[in-house]
Design a protein around this ligand. Sequence first.
Ligand SMILES: [Zn+2]
Length: 144
Amino acid sequence: MGRCNTAIHPSGVVMSDAPIRSDGSLSASGRALLHARLVQEQGALHELVSDAGGRTGTVDLDPGREGRVSRVDALQHQQMAKAGRRRAEARLERVEAALERLLDDPEMFGWCPDCGEPIPWRRLDAVPESVLCVPCLQRRQSRR
Ligand SMILES: [Zn+2]
């Protein structure tokens, strides 16, 4: 890690040192960065979930002048909005659980509970709410 000591992450958080320590575990600034990312994500998802709520209201099935085609369109749109909302809700749940873990037990955050190894920074940076490292996640999924 021959990088400059003070780096500005794309999210705008100023980092005073590397996000991970030499043993691969998260440093304080790594945790601060992930916390900021999770809070940002939580806010955006909240907005998405409540915004979609308005649009997924019952479609007016009045077969009046709009005709049948637009009714199909409206239903399709409603289905898509519902699916998007479900995804956002599921992710919001994971993000909030991650925030809880981060606050409750910051030292354990970023460690994979299955193999006991630190989750690689690249994965945490891409998906801050990750619970498992990729190999363990795949192992769990293939067991199902
Ligand atoms: Zn693992």
